[in-house]
Design a protein around this ligand. Structure first.
Ligand code: GDP
Length: 187
């Protein structure tokens, strides 16, 4: 409460905070997407994880500030099982695959099923086909991702952490779909 908002008229007046978990096979670009979104950079040879429990970043949609607490897997996906506490309490998830890697697309589908079984029933899920800049190495067609997402009620975008294509957009789309009727976060 009492959040300082900009001087312009129509400035967003309410802030909502959500836990968002990233899921997807190793090396699909989860950390790169978060770093692009949060820091605005692409790190070619970065460590494979963001090196923190979570990072925060906000977007403004529909006159509300939506603040994401973004959790990266810290490499746990390599063990093919994540502690349920990782996605417990998550209201949103971005499940990432690599458009040059069909196995990562299959793996993404198993994450969708797991979340739909285990996580909060109202969780908002986005499917992101990352590395869209590698068009000449593409092995998963846009239509495959779009069709699967449509059939399963997911937001779908192809992204590139490298070129920054659709990175903010995927978070904004999630923010738009999240319920903003509960009491705003008092941060
Ligand atoms: P994570 O294990 O899913 O967190 O994946 P990383 O973010 O560590 O990325 C794995 C590798 O893919 C790194 O070498 C990144 O530089 C590269 N990478 C990530 N996103 C993109 C992208 O959008 N385009 C391209 N060409 N490479 C990417």
């Amino acid at each position: 409460a009492g959040q300082g908002v900009g001087p312009s008229s129509g400035a967003p007046s309410q802030m909502f905070q959500f836990k968002l978990v990233l899921l997807g096979e190793a090396a699909v670009g989860k950390s790169s997407l978060v770093l692009r979104f949060v820091k605005g950079h692409y790190y070619e040879h970065q460590e494979s994880t963001i090196g923190a429990a979570f990072l925060t970043q906000s977007v403004t949609v529909d006159n509300a500030i939506v603040k994401f607490e973004i959790w990266d897997t810290a490499g746990q996906e390599r063990y093919h099982s994540l502690a349920p506490m990782y996605y417990r309490g998550a209201q949103a998830s971005i499940i990432v695959y690599d458009i040059t890697n069909p196995e990562s697309f299959e793996r993404a589908k198993t994450w969708v099923r797991e979340l739909q079984r285990q996580a909060s029933p109202n969780i908002v899920i986005a499917l992101a086909g990352n590395k869209a800049d590698l068009e000449n190495q593409r092995k998963v067609e846009y239509e495959e991702g779009a069709k699967y997402a449509d059939e399963n009620g997911l937001i779908f975008l192809e992204t590139s952490a490298k070129s920054s294509q659709n990175v903010t957009d995927v978070f904004s789309e999630v923010a738009r779909k999240l319920p903003k009727s509960h009491s705003p976060a008092d941060t």
